[in-house]
Design a protein around this ligand. Structure first.
Ligand code: IMP
Length: 413
């Protein structure tokens, strides 16, 4: 681990390379005890980072999953949109298992508040899209797009205003929200939520940009926890089937107010196969029993919405693209063990002239890799699978996940 930490350097970003749900939480959990500061930069409660500790599942939507480690300072960055009841609930859940995150939590004064009515608008917009074209984007309906709409329209309400009475601002939204989207603004509910959040969180709102720069100057180590993933990026993803924030390494730095040159490494996280929730292109998707088998073995149901995930094979051009956009220095390939029973593993390596996917069929290993923690102990074909990814993408596989437990991870120095 020591050698790996040296190559990662003091400021590392962990970024999804596919369409989210790659299992970023596990690498974050493994690394965060070696970092002083854990920061989330963008997105909101559309994310669901699951980690399993002693057989118990913990899902984080807003708090970075590195918050589980008692000695870390936790930053919620400027680029985020925050549903405050969800944040309070997560803080409480951690308290119940003996982890008090509040005294070490700093929330950016620039982060935007996501209200209940944003969720109402999200649902209304999805229904409008479905009525118009037969299908929506398949959003998580957590209000993410509408919260970022308000931010871009410069009428959002930021955490810096949490200390104030915001009743008038909320009341002013009743009519326009009804007129434009047929959605309701429940002023009483929003005010109640704000009052509860104010009591607990107002004292934790800070200038996190200044704070992060102070930490940098003090030589503290910062782990940046990406949310969603590269192919869901508002600019570089499979538009319009994307989320509304910048999910890349550059987006994370922007969302924290950190300069690009401070990043010393970027771990790209990709499943050994591929999944997607919601609508949009997925060239290597498999619909047959094979898709069902991957879904079952991988437990591929959304951690935020419970929706069954679409499943398919790894598509290396996506990893190459993701490595370019993010400056990926290391891969974490996750859930290798899900492929344990496959006879042959097709990997998308490009497109044929007719536009269909060109596959390379790699031999499966038909042996359990669950819980294996050293590359040398992997079956030869599983080693070859990882080596193939490295060769095709030009990025080394530093971490490989081999099971649900936090210990089930190969760390290559
Ligand atoms: P939104 O972010 O809720 O607006 O959803 C936009 C698209 O991004 C939909 O296809 C969602 O399923 C997808 N999405 C958003 N967050 C996540 C995530 O954390 N994991 C996987 N997909 C996500």
């Amino acid at each position: 681990m020591e050698k790996l930490l040296k190559t990662l350097g003091p400021v590392c970003a962990i970024i999804g390379a596919q369409w989210g749900d790659e299992g970023k939480g596990k690498a974050i959990d493994l690394l965060s005890e070696h970092y002083d500061v854990i920061a989330r930069a963008c997105g909101g409660a559309n994310a669901g980072h699951t980690i399993v500790v002693k057989g118990k599942k913990h899902v984080f939507h807003l708090l970075p999953s590195g918050a589980l480690h008692a000695n870390t300072t936790v930053i919620i960055g400027s680029g985020m949109v925050l549903h405050l009841p969800t944040l309070l609930e997560e803080i409480r859940t951690l308290q119940e298992i003996g982890i008090d995150v509040l005294p070490r939590l700093f929330i950016s004064e620039e982060a935007h508040i996501l209200f209940e009515f944003h969720k109402g608008i999200d649902a209304a917009m999805e229904e409008m899209r479905a009525a118009k074209s037969g299908k929506g984007i398949g959003t998580t309906r957590r209000g993410i797009g509408p919260a970022y709409m308000d931010k871009a329209a410069r009428r959002g309400i930021r955490m810096g205003s949490l200390k104030d009475d915001l009743t008038k601002e909320i009341e002013a939204r009743v009519e326009p929200v009804k007129r434009s989207f047929g959605a309701t603004v429940d002023v009483e509910l929003e005010s109640k939520n704000l009052a509860e959040a104010r009591k607990v969180l107002a004292g934790r709102v800070a200038n996190t940009v200044a704070l992060l720069h102070r930490f940098l100057n003090e030589g503290k180590k910062i782990l940046i926890e990406g949310a969603q993933a590269t192919l869901l990026d508002i600019d570089h993803g499979t538009y319009p089937y994307v989320t509304s924030s910048s999910t890349t390494a550059a987006g994370a730095l922007q969302g924290l107010g950190l300069p690009p040159r401070c990043l010393t490494s970027c771990i790209g996280v990709a499943k050994a196969y591929c999944t997607r929730v919601g609508e949009g292109e997925f060239l290597t998707e498999v619909m047959s029993e094979t898709g069902d088998r991957l879904r079952k073995r991988g437990g591929e149901y959304g951690s935020t919405t419970g929706r069954p995930r679409r499943c398919g094979w790894l598509h290396l051009p996506d990893l190459v693209f993701s490595a370019q956009v993010n400056g990926t220095t290391h891969w974490n390939i996750t859930k290798l063990d899900v492929l344990d029973e496959e006879e042959t593993i097709p990997v998308g390596i490009g497109q044929k002239t007719d536009g269909s996917v060109q596959y390379e069929n790699l031999p499966g290993w038909k042996t359990s890799t669950e819980g294996v923690i050293s590359f040398e102990k992997l079956p030869k074909n599983a080693q070859a699978y990882l080596t193939f990814i490295e060769k095709q993408t030009g990025v080394p596989v530093a971490l490989a996940g081999t099971g649900q437990e936090r210990e089930a991870m190969i760390v290559r120095e």
